[in-house]
Design a protein around this ligand. Structure first.
Ligand code: PA5
Length: 435
Protein backbone atom coordinates (compact mmCIF):
# COMPACT_ATOMS: atom_id res chain seq x y z
CA UNK A 1 0.00 0.00 0.00
CA UNK A 2 1.24 3.51 -0.68
CA UNK A 3 2.32 5.49 2.28
CA UNK A 4 4.04 8.68 3.38
CA UNK A 5 7.75 8.32 2.61
CA UNK A 6 10.79 10.26 3.70
CA UNK A 7 13.57 10.78 1.19
CA UNK A 8 16.83 11.70 2.92
CA UNK A 9 19.12 10.97 -0.01
CA UNK A 10 19.85 14.70 -0.50
CA UNK A 11 19.94 15.68 3.16
CA UNK A 12 23.75 15.79 3.23
CA UNK A 13 23.73 13.79 6.43
CA UNK A 14 26.02 10.78 6.64
CA UNK A 15 25.02 7.33 7.81
CA UNK A 16 27.21 7.42 10.90
CA UNK A 17 25.78 10.82 11.89
CA UNK A 18 22.34 9.21 11.89
CA UNK A 19 23.67 6.19 13.81
CA UNK A 20 24.95 8.54 16.50
CA UNK A 21 21.42 9.86 17.00
CA UNK A 22 19.96 6.49 17.94
CA UNK A 23 20.58 6.80 21.67
CA UNK A 24 19.21 10.36 21.75
CA UNK A 25 16.10 9.25 19.91
CA UNK A 26 15.51 6.43 22.36
CA UNK A 27 15.84 8.81 25.28
CA UNK A 28 13.43 11.28 23.70
CA UNK A 29 11.01 8.43 22.93
CA UNK A 30 11.08 7.35 26.57
CA UNK A 31 10.66 10.91 27.86
CA UNK A 32 7.58 11.28 25.70
CA UNK A 33 5.94 7.88 26.06
CA UNK A 34 6.71 7.30 29.70
CA UNK A 35 5.68 10.85 30.66
CA UNK A 36 9.10 11.69 32.06
CA UNK A 37 9.86 14.82 30.03
CA UNK A 38 9.24 18.52 30.57
CA UNK A 39 5.63 19.45 29.80
CA UNK A 40 4.49 15.84 30.27
CA UNK A 41 1.07 17.07 31.40
CA UNK A 42 0.43 18.26 27.81
CA UNK A 43 0.84 15.02 25.91
CA UNK A 44 -2.85 14.15 25.56
CA UNK A 45 -2.52 14.49 21.77
CA UNK A 46 -0.21 11.47 21.66
CA UNK A 47 -2.94 8.83 21.79
CA UNK A 48 -5.89 11.05 20.95
CA UNK A 49 -6.58 9.63 17.46
CA UNK A 50 -6.84 6.12 18.94
CA UNK A 51 -8.96 7.04 21.90
CA UNK A 52 -11.42 9.49 20.44
CA UNK A 53 -14.65 9.83 22.38
CA UNK A 54 -17.30 8.58 19.93
CA UNK A 55 -20.06 10.67 21.52
CA UNK A 56 -17.98 13.87 21.20
CA UNK A 57 -17.21 13.04 17.57
CA UNK A 58 -20.91 12.53 16.84
CA UNK A 59 -21.75 15.85 18.49
CA UNK A 60 -19.17 17.58 16.29
CA UNK A 61 -20.70 15.98 13.19
CA UNK A 62 -24.24 16.83 14.31
CA UNK A 63 -23.45 20.49 14.88
CA UNK A 64 -21.38 20.70 11.69
CA UNK A 65 -24.48 19.59 9.74
CA UNK A 66 -26.65 22.10 11.60
CA UNK A 67 -24.21 24.92 10.84
CA UNK A 68 -24.08 23.90 7.18
CA UNK A 69 -27.86 23.92 6.92
CA UNK A 70 -28.30 27.26 8.63
CA UNK A 71 -25.38 29.29 7.30
CA UNK A 72 -24.04 30.81 4.13
CA UNK A 73 -20.94 31.92 6.00
CA UNK A 74 -19.14 30.61 9.06
CA UNK A 75 -16.79 32.79 11.10
CA UNK A 76 -14.04 31.05 13.05
CA UNK A 77 -12.75 33.31 15.82
CA UNK A 78 -9.40 32.26 17.30
CA UNK A 79 -5.65 32.80 17.10
CA UNK A 80 -2.49 30.66 17.06
CA UNK A 81 -3.22 27.06 17.90
CA UNK A 82 -6.90 27.87 18.20
CA UNK A 83 -7.21 28.58 14.48
CA UNK A 84 -4.18 27.64 12.37
CA UNK A 85 -4.84 23.89 12.28
CA UNK A 86 -8.42 24.34 11.11
CA UNK A 87 -7.41 26.84 8.44
CA UNK A 88 -4.50 24.66 7.34
CA UNK A 89 -6.69 21.66 6.63
CA UNK A 90 -9.71 23.57 5.31
CA UNK A 91 -7.49 25.22 2.71
CA UNK A 92 -5.32 22.19 1.95
CA UNK A 93 -8.15 19.72 1.41
CA UNK A 94 -10.76 21.86 -0.31
CA UNK A 95 -11.06 23.57 -3.66
CA UNK A 96 -8.42 26.28 -4.16
CA UNK A 97 -11.22 28.83 -4.48
CA UNK A 98 -13.58 27.32 -1.91
CA UNK A 99 -15.10 30.57 -0.63
CA UNK A 100 -15.70 31.87 -4.14
CA UNK A 101 -17.61 28.79 -5.32
CA UNK A 102 -21.36 28.90 -5.71
CA UNK A 103 -23.36 27.53 -2.76
CA UNK A 104 -24.42 24.53 -4.87
CA UNK A 105 -20.83 23.62 -5.63
CA UNK A 106 -19.49 24.14 -2.13
CA UNK A 107 -19.95 21.42 0.47
CA UNK A 108 -20.36 23.92 3.31
CA UNK A 109 -20.67 27.65 4.02
CA UNK A 110 -17.95 30.12 3.06
CA UNK A 111 -15.43 30.25 5.91
CA UNK A 112 -13.85 33.39 7.31
CA UNK A 113 -11.47 33.99 10.18
CA UNK A 114 -11.48 36.67 12.84
CA UNK A 115 -9.72 37.26 16.13
CA UNK A 116 -6.39 36.41 14.51
CA UNK A 117 -5.32 40.08 14.44
CA UNK A 118 -6.37 43.39 16.03
CA UNK A 119 -7.08 45.27 12.82
CA UNK A 120 -10.22 47.40 12.91
CA UNK A 121 -10.15 47.56 9.09
CA UNK A 122 -10.26 43.78 8.91
CA UNK A 123 -13.26 43.47 11.23
CA UNK A 124 -15.12 46.27 9.43
CA UNK A 125 -14.52 44.67 6.05
CA UNK A 126 -15.58 41.25 7.28
CA UNK A 127 -18.81 42.58 8.75
CA UNK A 128 -19.40 44.47 5.52
CA UNK A 129 -18.96 41.26 3.54
CA UNK A 130 -21.31 39.30 5.80
CA UNK A 131 -24.11 41.87 5.75
CA UNK A 132 -26.64 39.98 3.63
CA UNK A 133 -25.56 36.47 4.61
CA UNK A 134 -26.83 34.07 7.21
CA UNK A 135 -23.94 33.28 9.48
CA UNK A 136 -22.83 31.12 12.39
CA UNK A 137 -19.83 31.67 14.61
CA UNK A 138 -17.36 29.42 16.38
CA UNK A 139 -15.27 31.19 19.00
CA UNK A 140 -12.27 29.11 20.05
CA UNK A 141 -9.95 29.88 22.95
CA UNK A 142 -8.49 27.44 25.43
CA UNK A 143 -7.71 30.08 28.04
CA UNK A 144 -10.86 31.98 27.16
CA UNK A 145 -8.99 35.21 27.84
CA UNK A 146 -6.81 35.83 24.75
CA UNK A 147 -7.20 39.47 23.76
CA UNK A 148 -7.49 39.15 19.96
CA UNK A 149 -10.36 36.62 19.86
CA UNK A 150 -12.01 38.17 22.94
CA UNK A 151 -12.24 41.58 21.22
CA UNK A 152 -13.47 40.06 17.94
CA UNK A 153 -16.07 38.00 19.78
CA UNK A 154 -17.35 41.00 21.71
CA UNK A 155 -17.95 42.76 18.37
CA UNK A 156 -19.50 39.69 16.70
CA UNK A 157 -21.71 38.81 19.66
CA UNK A 158 -23.27 42.25 19.52
CA UNK A 159 -23.57 41.97 15.73
CA UNK A 160 -25.27 38.58 15.99
CA UNK A 161 -27.70 39.73 18.66
CA UNK A 162 -28.66 42.75 16.56
CA UNK A 163 -29.11 40.57 13.48
CA UNK A 164 -30.91 37.58 15.02
CA UNK A 165 -32.06 38.74 18.46
CA UNK A 166 -30.61 37.27 21.63
CA UNK A 167 -32.38 33.90 21.22
CA UNK A 168 -31.59 33.57 17.54
CA UNK A 169 -27.93 34.45 18.14
CA UNK A 170 -27.72 31.76 20.82
CA UNK A 171 -28.60 29.16 18.17
CA UNK A 172 -25.76 30.33 15.94
CA UNK A 173 -22.89 30.83 18.35
CA UNK A 174 -20.63 27.86 19.17
CA UNK A 175 -17.93 27.95 21.80
CA UNK A 176 -14.81 25.77 22.04
CA UNK A 177 -12.90 26.24 25.28
CA UNK A 178 -11.69 24.68 28.52
CA UNK A 179 -14.19 22.40 30.27
CA UNK A 180 -14.62 24.60 33.31
CA UNK A 181 -12.08 27.44 33.43
CA UNK A 182 -11.97 30.87 31.82
CA UNK A 183 -14.25 33.73 30.85
CA UNK A 184 -15.48 32.02 27.68
CA UNK A 185 -16.70 28.94 29.56
CA UNK A 186 -18.58 31.17 31.97
CA UNK A 187 -20.13 33.10 29.09
CA UNK A 188 -21.10 29.91 27.25
CA UNK A 189 -22.85 28.56 30.36
CA UNK A 190 -24.58 31.86 31.07
CA UNK A 191 -25.82 32.39 27.50
CA UNK A 192 -26.58 28.72 26.82
CA UNK A 193 -24.33 28.39 23.74
CA UNK A 194 -23.54 24.92 22.39
CA UNK A 195 -19.99 24.26 23.49
CA UNK A 196 -17.05 21.93 22.96
CA UNK A 197 -14.20 21.07 25.25
CA UNK A 198 -10.46 21.46 24.68
CA UNK A 199 -8.88 18.74 26.84
CA UNK A 200 -6.67 19.96 29.70
CA UNK A 201 -3.75 17.86 28.52
CA UNK A 202 -3.59 19.24 24.95
CA UNK A 203 -1.97 22.61 24.23
CA UNK A 204 -3.14 24.95 21.47
CA UNK A 205 -0.68 24.01 18.74
CA UNK A 206 -1.31 20.28 19.24
CA UNK A 207 -5.11 20.67 19.26
CA UNK A 208 -6.10 20.47 15.58
CA UNK A 209 -7.56 16.97 15.98
CA UNK A 210 -9.76 18.03 18.91
CA UNK A 211 -13.01 20.00 18.48
CA UNK A 212 -10.77 23.08 17.98
CA UNK A 213 -10.01 21.93 14.46
CA UNK A 214 -12.57 19.25 13.80
CA UNK A 215 -15.72 21.38 14.04
CA UNK A 216 -14.66 24.02 11.47
CA UNK A 217 -13.02 21.35 9.33
CA UNK A 218 -16.22 19.26 9.28
CA UNK A 219 -18.28 22.38 8.48
CA UNK A 220 -16.23 22.79 5.31
CA UNK A 221 -17.25 19.30 4.17
CA UNK A 222 -14.00 17.48 4.93
CA UNK A 223 -14.33 13.85 6.06
CA UNK A 224 -13.07 13.96 9.65
CA UNK A 225 -13.30 10.17 10.07
CA UNK A 226 -10.69 9.75 7.33
CA UNK A 227 -8.54 12.44 8.91
CA UNK A 228 -8.62 10.65 12.26
CA UNK A 229 -8.01 7.29 10.59
CA UNK A 230 -4.83 8.64 9.01
CA UNK A 231 -3.70 10.09 12.34
CA UNK A 232 -4.56 6.87 14.14
CA UNK A 233 -2.46 4.83 11.69
CA UNK A 234 0.30 7.38 12.36
CA UNK A 235 0.09 6.62 16.10
CA UNK A 236 0.98 2.97 15.39
CA UNK A 237 3.46 3.58 12.59
CA UNK A 238 5.48 6.24 14.34
CA UNK A 239 5.68 4.43 17.66
CA UNK A 240 8.74 2.33 16.88
CA UNK A 241 11.74 3.62 18.84
CA UNK A 242 14.15 2.09 16.35
CA UNK A 243 15.37 4.99 14.22
CA UNK A 244 15.89 2.76 11.16
CA UNK A 245 12.18 1.95 11.06
CA UNK A 246 10.56 5.22 12.01
CA UNK A 247 10.51 8.06 9.46
CA UNK A 248 9.00 10.43 11.99
CA UNK A 249 12.00 9.99 14.28
CA UNK A 250 14.37 10.17 11.29
CA UNK A 251 12.96 13.60 10.48
CA UNK A 252 13.40 14.72 14.10
CA UNK A 253 16.97 13.37 14.16
CA UNK A 254 18.03 14.90 10.87
CA UNK A 255 16.76 18.35 11.87
CA UNK A 256 18.94 18.19 14.97
CA UNK A 257 21.98 17.03 13.02
CA UNK A 258 21.58 19.88 10.55
CA UNK A 259 20.96 22.39 13.35
CA UNK A 260 24.18 21.31 15.04
CA UNK A 261 25.98 22.00 11.75
CA UNK A 262 24.76 25.59 11.73
CA UNK A 263 21.66 25.10 9.61
CA UNK A 264 19.31 27.05 11.81
CA UNK A 265 16.61 27.95 9.28
CA UNK A 266 14.27 25.31 7.89
CA UNK A 267 12.09 26.22 4.92
CA UNK A 268 8.98 24.14 4.42
CA UNK A 269 8.37 23.99 0.69
CA UNK A 270 5.29 23.07 -1.24
CA UNK A 271 4.42 23.11 -4.92
CA UNK A 272 0.68 23.31 -4.18
CA UNK A 273 -0.55 26.84 -3.36
CA UNK A 274 -3.31 25.61 -1.07
CA UNK A 275 -0.71 24.29 1.37
CA UNK A 276 0.26 27.82 2.38
CA UNK A 277 -1.69 27.67 5.64
CA UNK A 278 -0.50 24.16 6.31
CA UNK A 279 2.96 25.73 6.40
CA UNK A 280 1.67 28.43 8.77
CA UNK A 281 0.40 25.69 11.11
CA UNK A 282 3.76 23.88 10.87
CA UNK A 283 5.64 27.13 11.57
CA UNK A 284 3.67 27.72 14.75
CA UNK A 285 4.07 24.10 15.85
CA UNK A 286 7.84 24.08 15.52
CA UNK A 287 8.52 27.74 16.28
CA UNK A 288 6.58 27.83 19.55
CA UNK A 289 7.74 24.37 20.60
CA UNK A 290 11.47 24.71 19.97
CA UNK A 291 12.26 28.41 20.01
CA UNK A 292 13.28 28.93 23.63
CA UNK A 293 16.27 29.06 25.96
CA UNK A 294 18.16 30.81 23.12
CA UNK A 295 17.82 27.72 20.95
CA UNK A 296 15.71 26.56 18.02
CA UNK A 297 15.51 26.29 14.25
CA UNK A 298 13.69 29.23 12.65
CA UNK A 299 10.75 27.71 10.71
CA UNK A 300 10.12 29.49 7.43
CA UNK A 301 8.06 28.53 4.40
CA UNK A 302 7.92 29.07 0.68
CA UNK A 303 5.54 28.21 -2.13
CA UNK A 304 7.25 27.02 -5.26
CA UNK A 305 7.47 27.77 -8.02
CA UNK A 306 6.00 31.16 -6.98
CA UNK A 307 8.77 32.00 -4.51
CA UNK A 308 11.53 30.75 -6.76
CA UNK A 309 11.00 34.11 -8.41
CA UNK A 310 11.56 35.94 -5.13
CA UNK A 311 13.36 33.88 -2.47
CA UNK A 312 15.00 31.54 -4.95
CA UNK A 313 18.09 33.71 -5.30
CA UNK A 314 18.74 33.78 -1.57
CA UNK A 315 18.17 30.06 -1.17
CA UNK A 316 20.52 29.25 -4.04
CA UNK A 317 23.26 31.70 -3.23
CA UNK A 318 22.81 33.45 0.10
CA UNK A 319 24.15 32.61 3.54
CA UNK A 320 24.46 28.82 3.90
CA UNK A 321 22.50 28.50 7.13
CA UNK A 322 19.33 26.91 5.80
CA UNK A 323 17.84 23.62 4.74
CA UNK A 324 14.64 22.73 2.92
CA UNK A 325 11.89 20.24 3.67
CA UNK A 326 9.57 19.70 0.74
CA UNK A 327 6.07 18.28 0.99
CA UNK A 328 5.81 16.43 -2.29
CA UNK A 329 2.38 15.30 -3.48
CA UNK A 330 2.82 12.41 -5.92
CA UNK A 331 -0.54 12.53 -7.67
CA UNK A 332 -2.59 15.67 -8.32
CA UNK A 333 -6.36 15.59 -7.85
CA UNK A 334 -6.79 16.85 -11.39
CA UNK A 335 -4.40 17.39 -14.25
CA UNK A 336 -4.32 19.28 -17.55
CA UNK A 337 -2.61 18.12 -20.73
CA UNK A 338 -0.73 20.74 -22.71
CA UNK A 339 -1.81 20.80 -26.35
CA UNK A 340 0.10 21.73 -29.49
CA UNK A 341 -0.48 25.17 -30.98
CA UNK A 342 -0.20 25.72 -34.73
CA UNK A 343 1.67 29.00 -34.42
CA UNK A 344 3.77 28.00 -31.42
CA UNK A 345 4.59 31.66 -30.79
CA UNK A 346 5.10 30.92 -27.11
CA UNK A 347 7.53 28.12 -28.10
CA UNK A 348 5.79 25.68 -25.83
CA UNK A 349 5.12 22.93 -28.35
CA UNK A 350 7.99 20.92 -26.91
CA UNK A 351 5.61 20.27 -24.02
CA UNK A 352 2.88 18.81 -26.24
CA UNK A 353 1.02 16.00 -24.47
CA UNK A 354 2.88 16.61 -21.24
CA UNK A 355 0.70 17.50 -18.27
CA UNK A 356 0.97 20.59 -16.06
CA UNK A 357 1.67 18.35 -13.08
CA UNK A 358 4.51 16.72 -15.03
CA UNK A 359 6.02 20.18 -15.52
CA UNK A 360 5.53 20.95 -11.82
CA UNK A 361 7.39 17.75 -10.91
CA UNK A 362 10.27 18.61 -13.25
CA UNK A 363 10.41 22.05 -11.62
CA UNK A 364 10.71 20.26 -8.27
CA UNK A 365 13.47 17.95 -9.51
CA UNK A 366 15.34 20.81 -11.12
CA UNK A 367 15.05 22.95 -8.00
CA UNK A 368 16.22 20.24 -5.62
CA UNK A 369 19.22 19.58 -7.89
CA UNK A 370 20.04 23.30 -8.06
CA UNK A 371 19.67 23.94 -4.33
CA UNK A 372 21.65 20.88 -3.29
CA UNK A 373 24.41 21.91 -5.67
CA UNK A 374 24.25 25.23 -3.82
CA UNK A 375 24.81 23.24 -0.59
CA UNK A 376 21.27 23.45 0.76
CA UNK A 377 20.37 20.11 2.35
CA UNK A 378 17.03 18.81 1.14
CA UNK A 379 14.56 16.58 2.96
CA UNK A 380 11.57 15.34 0.96
CA UNK A 381 8.34 14.10 2.52
CA UNK A 382 6.39 12.24 -0.15
CA UNK A 383 2.62 11.90 0.07
CA UNK A 384 0.77 9.70 -2.43
CA UNK A 385 -2.15 12.13 -2.59
CA UNK A 386 -3.57 15.31 -1.12
CA UNK A 387 -6.41 13.77 0.85
CA UNK A 388 -7.85 13.50 4.37
CA UNK A 389 -6.14 10.23 5.21
CA UNK A 390 -2.61 11.30 4.35
CA UNK A 391 -2.99 14.75 5.86
CA UNK A 392 -4.33 13.25 9.09
CA UNK A 393 -1.22 11.11 9.19
CA UNK A 394 1.03 14.04 8.26
CA UNK A 395 -0.40 16.14 11.08
CA UNK A 396 0.48 13.40 13.53
CA UNK A 397 3.89 12.91 11.88
CA UNK A 398 4.80 16.56 12.46
CA UNK A 399 3.32 16.75 15.96
CA UNK A 400 5.31 13.76 17.12
CA UNK A 401 8.48 14.75 15.27
CA UNK A 402 8.22 18.17 16.92
CA UNK A 403 7.91 16.73 20.43
CA UNK A 404 10.82 14.33 19.87
CA UNK A 405 12.92 17.02 18.20
CA UNK A 406 12.22 19.41 21.11
CA UNK A 407 13.36 16.84 23.65
CA UNK A 408 16.50 16.19 21.61
CA UNK A 409 17.17 19.92 21.64
CA UNK A 410 16.74 19.95 25.42
CA UNK A 411 13.69 22.22 25.62
CA UNK A 412 10.13 21.83 26.86
CA UNK A 413 8.20 21.45 23.57
CA UNK A 414 4.85 22.13 25.22
CA UNK A 415 5.16 25.57 26.81
CA UNK A 416 5.43 29.06 25.33
CA UNK A 417 6.67 31.44 28.05
CA UNK A 418 8.05 33.89 25.46
CA UNK A 419 4.58 34.71 24.13
CA UNK A 420 3.67 36.46 27.40
CA UNK A 421 6.21 39.27 27.03
CA UNK A 422 4.36 41.29 24.37
CA UNK A 423 1.08 40.74 26.18
CA UNK A 424 2.45 42.16 29.44
CA UNK A 425 3.67 45.29 27.64
CA UNK A 426 0.44 45.72 25.71
CA UNK A 427 -1.72 45.29 28.84
CA UNK A 428 0.40 47.82 30.71
CA UNK A 429 0.04 50.31 27.86
CA UNK A 430 -3.69 49.69 27.72
CA UNK A 431 -4.08 50.15 31.46
CA UNK A 432 -5.42 46.66 32.13
CA UNK A 433 -6.02 46.26 35.89
CA UNK A 434 -3.16 44.42 37.54
CA UNK A 435 -0.47 45.39 34.98
O1 PA5 B 1 -0.14 27.03 20.92
C1 PA5 B 1 -0.55 27.79 21.76
O2 PA5 B 1 -0.70 27.45 22.94
C2 PA5 B 1 -0.94 29.22 21.42
O3 PA5 B 1 -0.63 29.52 20.11
C3 PA5 B 1 -2.42 29.42 21.64
O4 PA5 B 1 -3.13 28.51 20.86
C4 PA5 B 1 -2.85 30.84 21.29
O5 PA5 B 1 -2.11 31.78 22.02
C5 PA5 B 1 -4.33 31.04 21.58
O6 PA5 B 1 -4.61 30.75 22.93
P1 PA5 B 1 -6.08 30.48 23.43
O7 PA5 B 1 -6.61 29.26 22.78
O8 PA5 B 1 -5.97 30.34 24.91
O9 PA5 B 1 -6.89 31.70 23.06
Amino acid sequence: MSNILLDLSLSMVKKDEMENMKAFIQTAHRLLHESLGAGKEFTGWLDLPNSYDEAELNRIKYYAEKIKKESQAFVVIGIGGSYLGARALIEALNHNFYNELSEEKRKGPAIYYAGNNISSNYIWDLIDLLEDKDISINVISKSGTTTEPAIAFRVFKEYMEKKYGKRGARERIYVTTDKDRGALRELAEMEGYASFVIPDDIGGRYSVLTAVGLLPIAVSGINIDELLLGASDGVDEYFNEDLDDNICYQYAAIRNILYNKGKDIEILISYEPNLQYFAEWWKQLFGESEGKDNKGIFPASANFTTDLHSLGQLIQDGKRNLFETTIHIEKPKKDITIKADDNNLDKLNYLENKTIDFVNKKAFEGTVAAHTSGRVPNIVIKLPQLNEYYFGKLIYFFEKACAISGYMLGVNPFDQPGVEEYKRNMFKLLGKPGY
